[in-house]
Design a protein around this ligand. Structure first.
Ligand SMILES: [Zn+2]
Length: 409
């Protein structure tokens, strides 16, 4: 394969270092060979002229639901054919990729659809971003991912309900058997579930410990959906690595998370969309009420945690109401609204994201030896972060050295 040379761009390499103007990035096969200034371009290189563009690492969304579409009522999934849900996953993945997100972490999809799509992309059967998938969500009975509705109707494709230490251990082993890259649990109530208050703890520390133990045995991590302070602290105490949402995290929880070198993925845009669209859009009242409780709190708390030194990563919760795949960069914009500098928000969506997923040796920065996941953007996101939110500005998306999207470069 010939070497590709991207020349003339402003390199924002994801490390947080000062940008490099008129940079050269050399790519051979899947890898970045060189990145920086004053690099010789091989004579036979295929040159990509990127003058006037910004070059960033491929963006990382650390929290999506790949088969969910952003319908106002999550229960609409009950009316879809199963095969349709898998196809939604394919289309949603393409939308993520086309907006510059070369890696996503699927936090729960029906049946084995997240895992299947991951494999289909990995083996080249379909186009899509790199996917890390958890399989089914492990939840306690009556917990956030228990889809038994008050009517008695239930949807059991999305989650594995588990109660007691032995059952939690078995549930973890089942997900690992099915090829999960990590495990997802729920250690507090949630917004999109009808009967569990958002701040109440779910699972005991002992139950969660059984799950983190099984995951650690095979080098896997556990992510926990957790809004309430107690559910967050229980999860960290039990060895969970990433706290999802973390809306009501208190100072003690922040300290614990920092000490554990864990991650917070605050999914700001998810609650925000629910509050903005409100009841009239068809979102159930229980969800609007619960989002009201957390949408502002999470911004304050995530910013405080960040300032305290907790690693905070960009994740959208795409698939929740009006939170569409393809609009993933909205979360980066929310990070800036929350108080981060544009450079810090970019790092949260690249380097920190790669660390959150445990892929920091492979992706997350534009540096020698990393996989060539990168994007070329029209405009300068350091001056105006909003340029990342417009799909047409993402002129080129490269994943592992292959151009996946080209909008006229
Ligand atoms: Zn989620």
């Amino acid at each position: 394969m010939t070497t590709k040379a991207i020349i003339g761009a402003r390199l924002i390499d994801g490390t947080g270092k000062k940008p490099v103007d008129e940079a050269v990035v050399l790519i051979k096969d899947k890898l970045i060979m060189e990145a920086g200034k004053g690099i010789d371009i091989p004579k036979d290189a295929e040159v990509i002229n990127a003058e006037g563009k910004s070059l960033l690492p491929g963006l990382i969304d650390s929290h999506v639901h790949i088969c969910s579409n952003g319908d106002p009522n999550i229960l609409s999934s009950l009316s879809y054919r199963k095969g349709m849900m898998q196809l939604f996953g394919y289309r949603n993945g393409v939308n993520d990729l086309e907006s510059g997100f070369t890696t996503i972490r699927d936090m729960g999809a029906p049946y084995d659809y997240g895992l299947s799509l991951r494999d289909a992309v990995r083996t080249g059967v379909v186009k899509g971003p790199r996917i890390l998938a958890c399989g089914n969500i492990i939840s306690m009975t009556g917990g956030h991912a228990d889809f038994h509705l008050p009517s008695g109707i239930s949807f059991d494709g999305m989650s594995r309900l588990a109660d007691g230490v032995a059952d939690c251990r078995k549930a973890a082993r089942e997900q690992l058997r099915s090829g999960a890259d990590f495990l997802k649990i729920c250690s507090s109530g949630g917004v999109m579930s009808p009967t569990d208050p958002v701040d109440t703890p779910q699972f005991t520390v002992e139950e969660i410990k059984a799950i983190t133990y099984e995951a650690a045995c095979v080098g896997r991590r556990v992510a926990s959906h957790a809004h309430g302070a107690t559910g967050i602290k229980n999860a960290i105490e039990a060895g969970v690595t990433t706290i999802e949402h973390g809306s009501l995290i208190d100072e003690e929880g922040m300290k614990m998370l920092k000490e554990a070198e864990g991650f917070l993925v605050p999914t700001l845009v998810a609650g925000w969309n629910i509050v903005e669209h409100g009841l009239e859009s068809g979102i159930p009242k229980y969800a609007v009420d619960k989002a009201d409780e957390i949408a502002h709190e999470v911004r304050k708390n995530a910013y405080k945690a960040y300032k305290m030194g907790v690693k905070v990563a960009v994740g959208t919760d795409a698939g929740t109401p009006f939170n569409l795949h393809g609009n993933n960069a909205q979360e980066i914009i929310h990070f800036v609204d929350m108080g981060l500098k544009p450079m810090e928000a970019i790092v949260a969506a690249t380097k920190t994201g790669s660390e959150c997923l445990g892929l920091e040796k492979m992706i997350g920065t534009v540096e020698k030896g990393k996989l060539a996941d990168l994007i070329l953007v029209d405009g300068d996101p350091l001056k105006d972060i909003k340029v990342l939110g417009v799909k047409e500005n993402i002129k080129l998306v490269m994943k592992e050295g292959t151009v996946e999207v080209n909008r006229g470069i």
